[in-house]
Design a protein around this ligand. Structure first.
Ligand code: PHE
Length: 332
């Protein structure tokens, strides 16, 4: 029994195997325990001799077990270390750092250009009243943009603003000329999404009010902006247009900064591309805001941020801005 037990102890590779050896020989139903139990059937002369031998054997097995524990523990530790080892030469897992959305990159650039001309930033609510979005902006009662099919109404007189122009009114109401602000923000229209339409989009409004502000100031300001943003050689062209809140009004084109001629995808061959609406603030709008049109005049403009970002970075689908696919966003 002893030599078999010692042999098995030497072979044991884990604490579990050692414990099994202990149970097998020294446990309640173990082999040595069996010998001790059987001592009742021995003669009185044999009993002390067998008892002594059995005790020695138990002691030897116990000693062998406890000295084997050390060795087995270090075998187990080494095995665990081998599995859990860290290769310090492996490249680390890099944490991805978040970064700015392309629209914010372009917006910051545009803000920088206007702030360089002394403009401040003004903000207004995205949920507006019909008064600020239409009435105060001189929009006739039957103007098509007021339609339920074009505008998201929350109630009869509350809506999601369709343009940033209501911020013009709010700014003029609370501050006296000279006023020089740009106002970027979200706008909403009931358009079916496609490559060039999104029911949520962004505009940047501009407003300047002071004594002796003329169309020449508007032209000079937008011309400077276009040269800064699209490149020094960029020209601007004003085409007559109509907006209820400006008179006269214009649509403004910039000369194509990317390419010219028939093969040009960005400008579709004409060499010009429309980027914004603008004009001289209508006297009715100044009056609603408590500004005397006989003393002050002003200009305003509104441009589509998404559209301008698309032109500059040759992005062909506005929906890419709002899908947040990292493969797109990462490129900026
Ligand atoms: N609000 C106009 C639009 O959404 C743009 C605009 C702004 C035109 C300011 C003139 C002056 O089309």
């Amino acid at each position: 029994i002893q030599s078999l037990a010692l042999e098995e102890i030497v072979k044991a590779q884990s604490m579990q195997e050692l414990e099994q050896v202990r149970i097998k020989y020294l446990g309640k139903k173990g082999e040595l325990t069996g010998v001790l139990r059987g001592m009742g059937g021995l003669s009185p002369e044999e009993r002390p001799i067998v008892g002594q031998i059995a005790n020695e054997v138990r002691e030897n097995i116990e000693n062998a077990l406890s000295s084997a524990v050390e060795g087995v523990k270090s075998i187990e530790k080494n095995a665990r270390l081998a599995v859990e080892s860290i290769d310090v030469t492996m490249p680390g897992k890099s944490q991805e750092i978040g970064h700015r959305h392309p629209l914010n990159v372009v917006l910051d650039e545009i803000k920088g250009i206007f702030m360089g001309m002394g403009f401040k930033i003004a903000e207004g609510p995205e949920v507006e009243t019909v008064f600020y979005n239409f009435d105060a902006l001189n929009a006739p009662q039957n103007h098509p943009s007021r339609d339920l099919s074009d505008t998201f109404y929350i109630s009869e007189d509350i809506l999601l603003r369709t343009q940033t122009s209501p911020v013009q009114v709010r700014t003029m109401e609370r501050s006296k000329p000279p006023i020089r602000v740009i106002s970027p923000g979200r706008c909403f229209r009931r358009d079916t999404p496609d490559a060039t339409h999104s029911p949520m989009f962004h505009q940047i409004e501009g407003l300047v009010v002071d004594k002796n502000i003329t169309m020449a100031d508007l032209k000079g300001t937008l011309d400077h902006f276009a040269k800064q943003f699209f490149g020094v050689g960029t020209k601007t062209k004003f085409r007559p247009h109509y907006f209820p809140f400006t008179e006269p009004s214009a649509e403004v084109d910039v000369s194509c900064f990317k390419c010219q001629g028939a093969g040009c995808r960005v400008c579709k061959g004409s060499g010009w591309i429309e980027i914004l609406g603008a004009g001289m603030v209508h006297p009715n709008v100044l009056k609603v805001c408590g500004i005397d049109p006989d003393i002050y005049s002003g200009f305003a403009f509104g441009m589509g941020l998404d559209r301008i970002a698309m032109l500059k970075h040759e992005i062909d689908d506005i929906r890419l801005f709002f899908e947040n696919d990292m493969r797109f966003i990462k490129q900026f």
